[in-house]
Design a protein around this ligand. Structure first.
Ligand code: KIV
Ligand code: ZN
Length: 516
């Protein structure tokens, strides 16, 4: 019988760090529900002590999601651990993920203060004790405690062995050996996992987990090397999103283990047919498009174009395909949605896309769908995803666009005139800019009297053809808070204005909720 490898998803924690923004708790809950359908064993829902929003998201996911263990991250400090304990109180299977730096680079760099010891040796001892104390405290709140030895990939093996032995003795049920900086290569990382099995006397009392980053493009390969050498939990994110170059892409790890079961001899509990849908949802909600050539879930992953390949593929699929699209949830047939589809058809399609909407939300989605279907002959799945995120689930709106006019051309200065409803009053104003989008955002910020900084602006066609919907994503920052604003329209300047206002509305909601 193949051994079972547990899948630990950290899209909502390590993955979310990538976007430099916070997902709302409703968005996190939506992704968590999809991860549960996908069959992951653990969902790391956030880092509760980092912000009130993250605390709320972990609390909500803990209360609502059944099936996977719900995990929360903490440093090895009591306030973090206590916060995890509170946020996880309603989870059926709570897990605290606590840990501390294990490499000398981390120990000397992060624990400079003499209170941690004066020499490297003294600091190492102090940190080892903090690790043990953290695990003991976490065990007072939950039965499952995962310990991470941060930057294990660059740590001194003998010290790492001692630390892992000590935390297992203190009650850790899972030990995570992160390659935090993506420094190792597969042979080396695999050997590190094997050496833990050989040198930590109580290692059998815990599960070894692998958590790899992709700085040198080896996160998935390192993860698989870890499994080959004894790890029985893999960590990663959907689409490989995460800090810097990202984490191991879970869809790749899972499909490699499944397709090459002959080599790895293990299985996971993942329903691979949910992979594509999960990937789309994460890409849409975080505003991070999946590259077309991305393994498993990229648009081209199952496309064949060159004559030789197409000829071979048509004669015998296996000549050029080692995976079947339907195994990862890419349907070859699709239902065409038009204005005649009706409410039931829309509900069915939304359900297949993973959305569970209330009656009111469905009504709202249907009204927007009808308007769109009038403008376009066919409404695609991507359009529906955008409708839900930008129209139905939009936060309460302080600012509403009432009117937008653009004056632009090859020999004129781009000028935008806007009317924006702010609460009950309508304010109008104009501005010039470097281009029509710049002019529009300047006009909006002048009439709303806001001064958010735009850190990122992205536009992509979500559907094909000349009547394509353009999706605009902006990242705004104000008073240290970062948000994503999104909107979609067949008119890209209108989409830009609405995305900008969506961001301003989110900032206004955050400021109202936190009093900041
Ligand atoms: O990369 C890392 O070391 C982490 C830990 C917090 C688990 O994300
Ligand atoms: Zn990480």
């Amino acid at each position: 019988m193949p051994e079972r490898v547990a899948v630990f998803d950290t899209t909502l924690r390590d993955g979310e760090q990538a976007a430099g923004t916070r997902l709302g708790s409703k968005e996190k809950l939506h992704i968590a529900a999809q991860l549960a359908r996908l069959g992951v064993d653990v969902i790391e829902a956030g880092y509760p002590n980092s912000s009130p929003e993250d605390f709320e998201a972990v609390r909500l996911v803990s209360r609502e999601i059944e099936g996977p263990a719900i995990c929360a991250l903490s440093r090895a400090v009591p306030s973090d651990i206590e916060s995890c304990g509170k946020a996880l109180a309603k989870a059926k299977r709570p897990r605290i993920h606590t840990g501390i730096g294990a490499s000398d680079v981390h120990i000397l760099g992060k624990f400079r203060d003499e209170k941690y010891g004066r020499t490297l040796e003294e600091k190492r001892e102090h940190i080892l004790q903090m690790a043990v104390d953290a695990v003991k405290l976490a065990r007072q709140f939950v039965g499952e405690v995962e310990f991470y030895a941060e930057d294990a990939g660059r740590s001194e093996p003998a010290y790492l062995f001692r630390m892992i032995e000590a935390v297992i003795a203190a009650g850790a049920t899972v030990v995570n050996i992160p390659d935090t900086t993506g420094y190792t290569v597969p042979e080396q990382y695999g050997a590190l996992i094997r050496s833990l099995c050989q040198n930590v006397p109580n290692i059998k009392q815990a599960t070894i987990s692998v958590h790899c980053h992709d700085d040198l493009g080896m996160a998935v390969a390192n993860t698989l090397a870890g499994v080959r050498n004894g790890a029985r939990q893999v960590e990663g994110t959907i689409n490989g999103i995460g800090e810097r170059a990202g984490n191991a892409a879970l869809e790749e790890v899972v499909m490699a283990l499944r397709t090459r079961a002959d080599y790895f001899g293990v299985k996971t509990g993942i329903d691979s047919r949910e992979l594509y849908r999960t990937s789309r949802m994460v890409a849409d909600l975080l505003g991070m498009a999946v590259p077309p050539n991305k393994a498993i879930v990229g648009r081209n992953a199952f496309s064949h174009s060159s004559g030789i390949h197409v000829d071979g593929f048509l004669k015998e699929r296996e000549t050029y395909e080692i995976l079947r699209p339907e195994d990862v949830g890419i349907e070859e047939s699709r239902v065409v949605l038009t204005a005649r589809t009706g409410r039931a058809g829309l509900r069915d399609r939304l359900g297949k896309l993973g959305f569970k909407l209330s009656k009111d939300e469905l009504d709202q989605a249907y009204q927007r769908f009808l308007k769109l279907a009038d403008k376009k002959q066919e409404v695609f799945d991507e359009d529906l995803v955008s409708i839900v995120h930008t129209d139905v689930w939009a936060p309460p709106e302080l600012y509403k666009l009432e009117y937008l006019q653009i004056y632009s051309g090859t020999s004129s200065i781009p000028t935008a005139t806007v009317k924006v409803k702010v609460g009950e009053l309508t304010h109008a104003g104009s501005a010039i800019g470097d281009g029509p989008v710049d002019a529009t955002c300047k006009a909006i910020s002048s009439v709303t009297k806001t001064s958010a900084k735009m850190l990122r602006y992205e536009i992509r066609a979500v559907t094909g053809g000349a009547e394509a919907m353009g999706e605009v994503t902006v990242q705004l920052e104000d008073a240290g808070r970062r948000v994503l604003g999104r909107s979609v329209s067949t008119d890209v300047i209108e989409a830009s204005a609405r995305a900008y206002l969506d961001g301003l509305n989110k900032l206004a909601n955050i400021h109202a909720a936190t009093g900041a």
